[in-house]
Design a protein around this ligand. Structure first.
Ligand code: FE2
Length: 161
């Protein structure tokens, strides 16, 4: 067990992502996690949420998603994270419930759920989509479906704010 801090969560996740078998997956996960962290902190401005939990969650929610966009990855992320860190309840909530269909219990998890979705529209991530689509045109359709699914979930998430 190592001490749970935002810095340790980030370096643990980076190690996992760098070992991804597919180079572009690793690049995507690192960009995405950074984007979720920054977006979550912006969404949290003015509220009394635990910022360390937000930063740790941003890096840990997808560590179980090393290949593809697997719907079961939140539980796998939790399993991997709890082997390394003692996880407080709020952080578990963030990891398990960050997908669209789930209902987070705490405000931190609600913020992470939204940040996970709206951060997909950041320019550096759109840039990655363009890059991957050019390398493999088949991926273009997959990427469009992925963005479409993410965007469709945003209005419902905003309603819950
Ligand atoms: Fe995820």
């Amino acid at each position: 067990m190592i001490e749970l801090t935002p810095e340790n969560a980030e370096s643990f996740a980076r190690k996992i992502f760098v070992n991804d078998r597919v180079k572009k997956e690793s690049e995507w996960h690192i960009f995405h996690s950074k984007a979720v962290e920054e977006t979550a902190l912006l969404l949290a401005e003015g509220s009394y949420v635990d910022r360390d939990i937000l930063r740790e969650a941003a890096w840990l929610i997808d560590i179980g998603q090393t290949i593809g966009n697997d719907v079961n990855h939140p539980l796998r992320s939790l399993e991997i994270a709890r082997e390394e860190f003692e996880l407080p309840g709020k952080l578990k909530d963030c990891i398990i419930n960050h997908e669209n269909l789930n209902e987070p219990l705490c405000d931190e998890a609600r913020i992470i759920q939204i940040a996970d979705k709206v951060s997909v529209l950041r320019p550096e991530l759109i840039n990655l989509f363009c890059k991957y689509s050019k390398v493999n045109p088949l991926e273009k359709e997959w990427n469009i479906k992925f963005v479409n699914r993410i965007l469709k979930g945003i209005p419902d998430l905003l309603r819950k704010l």
